[in-house]
Write a protein that binds this ligand. Structure first.
Ligand SMILES: [Zn+2]
Length: 381
């Protein structure tokens, strides 16, 4: 639990709200600790290992290209998300669950003879021969891949349709889960047909769902290697007498390290809320061990105030002073201004905070309604 991430708010502007698990979070599993429950220590260790390059990012350029290709796929978000999770080995396959000691048998339920990792569950299992039948996938019998990510790269490099592949993969995983839960689902022999039908539907839609038009592309810029960018924003609802703050931390590949929302039980002045959000951003970054960071918001007034440090009698001056105190905990910290168009992820989080009473943190993820802004930023990199 990342409780204790509080705005230090001298003025106690922020009510102390313990971190709560949202319904969305209930399906999340922090894969770097045995019980799957996030804690600060494991988050810090993860960031350090990531910085040292010992966490799966040993091929950053290749990975960046692959993530970009995945997030650019012209299919609905759930398919992209599925592909991303499979490539990151973050699906709850039986092998992953066994390694986390949640279950003790990693054998595939479909063929009952191999260990079920992502590559096997979605591609290699003999129980899927009917699904991957046909000329398009004929390389399945001759090419060998180390993992799912390598398979995706191969498909990309050989000009095969990664989009149809993504749709089929989603249908396979969905049916696999339904079978495990003993829920109604289609027969395996019908999976190929069902996926193809869905694919035809997607293709028939124009414009494609979630497609970002070029003129709307955000201008978010990734930080340099070994630096994290922390975007923040605030929102106010006078009608509901509430305010909300949103923070997202991303690395040099544009990948989300963590995101946060917090509702405030009062409609402060917008500048005050943005200052609280900036404060939260710095504190959250420190909490997750981001030693070198760029803190970025879309209010010029607040960014100037953060840089100036002396803000006289402004209503947000005490909050800015709190940020200064936290800034000493970083090895390097700078403040950046971005136009609102490049701060859409944080803005979306702040808006969500207005309607979400619990302070919530997502590790390596953002809430579903914010996901397409993250994807748009990645595509624009
Ligand atoms: Zn199998």
């Amino acid at each position: 639990m990342v409780d204790g991430i509080l705005v230090p708010a001298k003025a106690a502007l922020v009510k102390k709200i313990p971190l709560a698990r949202s319904p969305i979070e209930d399906s999340l599993f922090w894969p770097f600790i045995a019980n799957g429950q996030y804690n600060c220590k494991s988050g810090y260790r993860f960031l350090k290992e990531l910085e040292a390059g010992t966490v799966e990012n040993s091929q950053p350029d290749l990975d960046r290209q692959l993530w970009k290709s995945i997030w650019s796929l012209e299919v609905p978000n759930k398919y992209k998300n599925m592909m991303w999770r499979a490539c990151r080995n973050s699906l709850p396959t039986k092998l992953n669950l066994t390694q986390k000691t949640i279950i003790d048998n990693s054998t595939c339920d479909r063929c009952c003879s191999h260990i079920e990792d992502a590559l096997h569950a979605l591609w290699g299992c003999s129980g899927l021969d009917d699904v991957w039948d046909g000329e398009r996938w004929c390389f399945r019998t001759r090419e060998r891949f180390a993992d799912f990510k390598e398979l995706c790269r191969w498909i990309m490099e050989h000009g095969n349709s990664l989009e149809l592949f993504a749709v089929q993969v989603w249908h396979i995983w969905h049916q696999r889960n339904q079978l495990r839960l003993q829920q109604p689902c289609c027969l395996t022999k019908d999976l190929k047909h069902d996926a193809q039908a869905r694919w035809d539907e997607i293709r028939a839609i124009n414009p494609l769902p979630n497609q970002v038009r070029p003129e709307q592309k955000p201008k978010w810029i990734a930080p340099p290697p070994n630096t994290y960018k922390i975007n923040y924003d605030g929102a106010v609802s006078d009608k509901e007498n509430k305010a909300g703050v949103g923070v997202v931390i991303r690395d040099h590949n544009g990948e989300v390290i963590a995101s946060l929302i917090q509702q405030l039980d009062q409609a402060f002045q917008l500048m005050e809320v943005v200052a609280i959000a900036a404060c939260r951003a710095v504190e959250f970054g420190n909490e997750l061990g981001a030693g070198c960071a760029i803190v970025e918001g879309d209010s010029e007034v607040i960014v100037k105030a953060l840089r100036n440090k002396d803000n006289g009698l402004t209503s947000f001056a005490p909050l800015i002073n709190d940020v200064s105190l936290f800034s000493t905990l970083f090895s390097e910290l700078s403040y950046s201004h971005i136009r609102r168009n490049g701060n859409k992820v944080a803005h979306s989080l702040a808006r969500l905070a207005l309607i979400t009473p619990d302070c919530t943190v997502w590790m390596e993820d953002v809430p579903f309604r914010t996901l397409h802004f993250v994807q748009a930023d990645l595509v624009a990199l």
